[in-house]
Design a protein around this ligand. Structure first.
Ligand code: NAX
Length: 340
């Protein structure tokens, strides 16, 4: 093999998203055709057989880039020497569970995982949280990995929301998704998120707002479509997928997680993307919150950098602040549990 394998840990590897992730990572879709990978699959005891079965299938694929696979329910084994951690396994909301119960149950998962990453992961480790509530789980993991690992090595996935927004625009504008740049998801990975097209452009040089006004008749029609169709549809797309498919988003979520890590590691191309990253106060977001913002990466060891200085109008500012307020409430609820 070309180089030393990169250790990649996937938690919840026996679940649905895990199953959709493993084969693409092993095929080179995430780190490119030159980087062999060593996979560490973390599960809880109930999920071990499913993860072990996936490991057997990985062996049967004989992927040239796959160095080895280990399945474990031990945190230190799973994160030992890991450079990339995809934290997918989480506690879903059960019947009668309040938001506080959900946050507490997940703090009990992401706290120990963050601590294990701090203790045994590679110096260059980066972790992305997929398991919900993803932003606050990332906040907890980052706090638990400190001081060994800088907080900005942790992020949470809003790339699926970003891709959903691009997909909706491509559909209405009848252009290819690759022709659309600089869409932004602001805030929390929840129904309060703000999908924003104010800065988005098309490959032909037009702004997305201009193109929408042309397509839908005028500026007012474009604004109405954004407010009444686009924003709620993107924010609630997960529920739409469940209703139509009878099961939650899986392949699209795995694809987004792969693109999030790929762009962070290898660099973004045209324009920016969206990721929930640790705020240092940008755009008035309280320091330390894990908030979705526009980001770019040059593929160097600094990872994602936040694009600063974009302007908001009053309505956009209000939408963004409502989502940030939700993140603050989640953080405060976790603090009240004594977790942070
Ligand atoms: P599944 O229930 O199919 O799989 C979860 C797996 O995690 C199970 O095999 C379970 O045994 C395992 N697990 C639970 N606790 C664990 C722990 N402490 N350590 C290791 N493994 C553990 O769910 P799946 O459909 O794969 O979804 C996984 C998570 O992704 C959920 O929290 C879901 O809400 C979240 N999502 C996040 C998205 C995002 O854009 N950020 C979109 C898709 C998805 O909804």
């Amino acid at each position: 093999m070309a180089s030393e394998p990169t250790t990649v840990t996937i938690t919840g590897a026996g679940g649905q998203i895990g199953y959709a992730l493993l084969f693409r990572i092993a095929a080179g879709d995430m780190l490119g055709p030159d980087r062999p990978v060593r996979l560490r699959l973390l599960e809880i005891p109930q999920g071990m057989r499913a993860a072990e079965g996936a490991a057997l299938e990985l062996q049967d694929c004989a992927f040239p880039l796959l160095h080895d696979v280990e399945v474990t329910d031990d945190l230190l084994t799973a994160f030992n020497g890991t450079s990339i951690a995809l934290l997918v396994g989480a506690r879903p909301r059960g019947p009668g569970m309040e938001r506080g119960d959900l946050l507490a149950a997940n703090a009990g998962i992401f706290g120990p995982q963050g601590a294990a990453i701090g203790a045994v992961a590679a110096d260059d480790v980066r972790a992305v949280v997929v398991g919900n509530p993803a932003n606050t789980n990332a906040l907890i993991a980052a706090a638990s990995a400190a001081p060994d690992i800088p907080a900005d090595r942790f992020s949470a996935l809003t790339r699926l929301d970003h891709n959903r927004a691009v997909g909706q625009l491509a559909d209405v504008l009848e252009v290819g998704p690759g022709d659309i740049a600089d869409v932004i998801i602001w805030g929390n990975h929840s129904a309060t998120q703000f999908p924003d097209v104010a800065h988005a452009t098309l490959a032909d040089g037009r702004s997305v707002l201009e193109a929408l006004a042309e397509r839908l008749g005028n500026r007012e029609a474009a604004t109405a479509w954004l407010d009444d169709v686009f924003i709620p549809r993107v924010a609630k797309r997960g529920a739409e997928i469940i209703e139509v498919r009878g099961s939650s988003s899986v392949a699209s979520a795995a694809n987004a997680a792969i693109e999030h890590v790929r762009d962070e590691q290898l660099g973004t191309h045209r324009g920016w993307t969206s990721a929930a990253v640790v705020s240092r106060g940008e755009y008035g977001v309280p320091e330390g919150l894990v908030c979705s913002l526009p980001v770019v990466s040059r593929g160097d060891d600094r990872g994602y950098r936040i694009i600063e200085g974009l302007e908001f109008d009053a309505r956009a500012r209000a939408r963004f602040e409502a989502s940030v307020d939700e993140l603050v409430a989640e953080r405060d609820a976790v603090r009240a549990l004594g977790v942070l």
